[in-house]
Write a protein that binds this ligand. Structure first.
Ligand code: SF4
Length: 614
């Protein structure tokens, strides 16, 4: 008995076939679930150099081994090769979809090929069908889900769905996994669109049974207790992620007007207090989560009155708010909901629109390309126009649909100085110029600039890590912190835990949940080794795709343009600074000077002779 369901479902859309494969015990032992399964499968089964938008690319929906149990706050991830970055990509989603994969009897769904016509995948208990999506194709994400539910006559089916942007293969299209829960980053929706796959729809009722039900139940109680006692968790419940707006603004980390500044005079209009005042009504939660950081609501006053919405998360409040100079959270809420409906990642969309405004201001985009519209900061109409154009790939929208890296290359004329990305992924809403460790974390993140692979800001601003004093401005020592955090989070991303719950649940409790669910034996040391193995497995994938040390870098905005004012005025991370941190980071990782894992490191992690999946 084990919480593993014991099967992966392989779907070939070229042939319209579905095959259940027994879960390989070696895969379960060495890669555990979620990110780990995705990393190993992508490395072994995807041909090197594969076009991410070709039928050969692999699209995986992966829960973890405790997803669907009573353990609190677990989610799922989509793993694929990114059309935005050409790297490995893993993108995480909440809601109820990941649990339903398990209730259908699977430890993951692996999709290859492309359907001849717009289709959706319908998995009803053990029965798998590829159905026509003719009635849903072209609809926004909300309408498409309604249409499919209506067709199936069941409003309780769980869906993962793309919008018009995914259909048009916009490189930063998302997959909507429930009203306000998405696999948002790195263009997973474009991969789904390239497969002519509008949605994956699930209905299942199989139980997920832990190996030792009594001990697992005790571990669940312990996890709940830790969540209940933690102050950070309490703040997620009361204020959600928008609580970070004030913190980021005070610390000059808040992207403002395409990261030209780190503080925004209108921050008070975007924070938790503003959101509560204008629209929050009550908390909502993903399956089995006591934190309930979501906040369903309706805008009460003004021109957006009546708009049904949810919390505007910190990342989108910043990227679509301060980063575009928009101060009114009701306008930001409207724009973020538009992104969700069109199926665009709001974080990347904010980066792309900020880039376009600066390119316009500097004459690289002309009024002729915008139909006469002046692109400017602080203007909802600018953002609205560009979102529609991008999702439809019309005119200027087509130029921007590949993300800022590609758009800057196409525009030329020094446009790269306005393109804020790492490896093609638009940066998250944490400007790193006064926190070099965060700069290193962005430069080395496996899917491109990402704050969810390591978030050393907490320790750089907090001044302490593992009982040791941390100097915010120092370069030395940041490599060790970043590598440790990356390993830890890679391990927990196999479970697949929610990032927020990990602030409260202790490492030892996660180990206990894992061992009582799966029947193995886990301690923190083994968990960290698992994370390191996965991080290196993904590194091997990215190296095979042609990435080098030169790609572990930061955009010019952070390396050449210092913060203009405030307590951290003049600070930036020069390329020399970054080089020093990279040397230390590679040494901590046991990689050579070019960032390649040494033979010794691969041997230590058991990756040198790991059997290949076939
Ligand atoms: S903390 Fe929020 S995002 Fe995480 S599982 Fe709970 S409700 Fe979902």
């Amino acid at each position: 008995m084990s919480a593993y369901m014991g099967k992966l479902l392989y779907v070939d859309l070229n042939k319209g076939t579905a095959t259940e494969m027994p879960l390989d015990p070696q895969l379960a032992e060495n890669f555990v679930g979620g990110k780990g399964f995705g990393a190993k499968i992508l490395y072994d089964l995807l041909p090197a150099g594969c076009d991410p938008l070709s039928p050969q690319n692999i699209l995986m929906f992966m829960p973890g081994p405790i997803t669907g149990t009573l353990a609190p706050a677990n989610r799922g991830c989509v793993v694929t090769k990114s059309p935005l970055t050409n790297t490995f990509a893993d993108s995480y989603f909440g809601g109820h979809f990941a649990q339903e994969i398990r209730f259908c009897g699977y430890d993951g769904i692996v999709i290859t090929g492309a359907a001849a016509e717009p289709s959706y995948l319908w998995i009803d208990e053990g029965k798998v069908e590829v159905r026509s999506a003719e009635g849903a194709w072209g609809l926004d994400t909300f309408a498409a889900v309604e249409k499919i539910r209506e067709e199936l006559g069941d409003i309780s089916v769980k869906t993962a769905c793309i919008g018009p942007a995914g259909e048009k293969m916009v490189s930063f299209a998302l997959i909507n996994c429930e009203y306000n829960r998405h696999a948002g980053r790195a263009g997973t929706g474009a991969v789904m669109g390239s497969k002519n796959l509008k949605a994956v729809v699930l209905r299942g009722s199989k139980p997920v049974i832990p190996a030792d039900a009594e001990a697992f139940s005790a571990a669940v109680d312990q996890a709940y207790k830790e969540l209940a006692e933690d102050e950070t968790i309490a703040s997620f419940t009361t204020d959600g992620t928008p609580a970070s707006i004030d913190f980021a603004n005070d610390e000059q980390l808040l992207p403002t007007n395409n990261y030209t500044d780190g503080a925004f005079e209108g921050a008070g209009g975007l924070n938790a207090e503003a959101q509560r005042k204008h629209f929050w009504l009550r908390n909502v939660a993903c399956a089995g989560c006591p934190i309930a950081c979501g906040k369903v609501g309706i805008i009460k006053r003004g021109r957006r009155k009546g708009l049904v919405t949810d919390v505007v998360e910190y990342e989108t409040a910043a990227m679509v708010g301060s980063n575009l100079g928009i101060k009114d959270i009701r306008e930001v809420s409207y724009l973020v909901k538009k992104c969700d409906a069109l199926g665009l990642d709001g974080m990347s969309a904010g980066g792309v629109i900020g880039f376009a405004i600066e390119a316009f201001q500097n004459g690289l985009i002309t009024a002729e390309q915008t139909g006469g519209l002046e692109l400017k900061f602080g203007d909802t109409a600018t953002a609205e126009y560009l979102l529609d154009a991008i999702a439809a790939r019309e005119g200027l929208g087509d130029l921007l649909a590949g993300g800022v890296k590609q758009a800057a290359a196409r525009l030329g004329g020094g446009a790269d100085q306005y393109a804020v990305h790492v490896k093609g992924l638009e940066s998250p809403a944490w400007g790193p110029r006064s926190v070099p460790g965060m700069g290193l974390a962005l430069a080395t993140a496996d899917r491109g600039g990402c704050h969810q692979r390591a978030f050393p800001i907490l320790y750089e601003v907090g001044g302490e890590w593992n009982g040791v004093e941390v100097d915010r401005a120092a370069l030395k020592g940041k490599g060790e912190i970043v590598a440790h955090l990356q390993n830890y989070l890679a391990a927990l991303d196999t479970l697949v835990k929610c990032d927020f719950a990990a602030y409260g649940i202790r490492d030892a409790t996660y180990c206990r949940l894992l061992e009582t669910a799966t029947g193995g034996s886990w301690d923190v040391e083994k968990l960290m080794a698992l994370g390191e193995r996965i991080w290196n497995q993904v590194r091997l994938f990215n190296l095979r795709e042609g990435f080098t040390r030169a790609d572990d870098t930061l955009p010019k905005r952070f390396t050449e343009q210092p913060l203009p004012e405030g307590p951290f005025a003049g600070q930036m991370i020069t390329l020399q600074d970054l080089d020093r941190m990279l040397d230390e980071y590679y040494a901590v990782r046991g990689w050579d000077e070019e960032g390649k894992p040494t033979e010794e490191k691969l041997k230590q992690l058991g990756l040198d002779q790991m059997p290949k999946l076939v």
